[in-house]
Write a new protein. Structure first.
Length: 111
């Protein structure tokens, strides 16, 4: 988990957001769930543009909340979509699913 989450960044966000921190986390959790679902659908349809766009959005929100490893995997998927190189997309998506579960569990524990 230590490589998954930038705890210092999360602590800074908690301090900065104060009472609004739980709402930020809930928005992130909803958004990331929706983006992972959209990515799954885009992968099933071999839609490189949708893969790129959904992965890009997920990368940004993960980066903003300190979910560094999930952001990195999202960047891999974004790049695959941008380059239309989808041969290894299933393996990368499975890593994203696994990491998303860890991040999801962590942030739910922060509510």
């Amino acid at each position: 988990m230590t490589e998954s989450i930038n705890f210092e960044m999360v602590d800074e966000l908690r301090e900065l957001m104060e009472d609004d921190f739980p709402e930020l986390i809930e928005i992130f959790l909803d958004d990331s769930d929706n983006r992972v679902s959209a990515l799954k659908q885009a992968i099933e349809q071999s839609d490189a543009t949708a893969i790129r766009d959904e992965a890009h959005g997920l990368k940004g929100s993960c980066s903003n909340l300190g979910a560094d490893k999930l952001s990195d995997i999202s960047f891999e998927l974004e790049t695959m979509g941008r380059l239309e190189q989808l041969l290894e997309i299933d393996e990368a998506f499975q890593r994203l699913i696994n990491e998303h579960k860890l991040v999801d569990d962590y942030f739910k524990s922060q509510l």
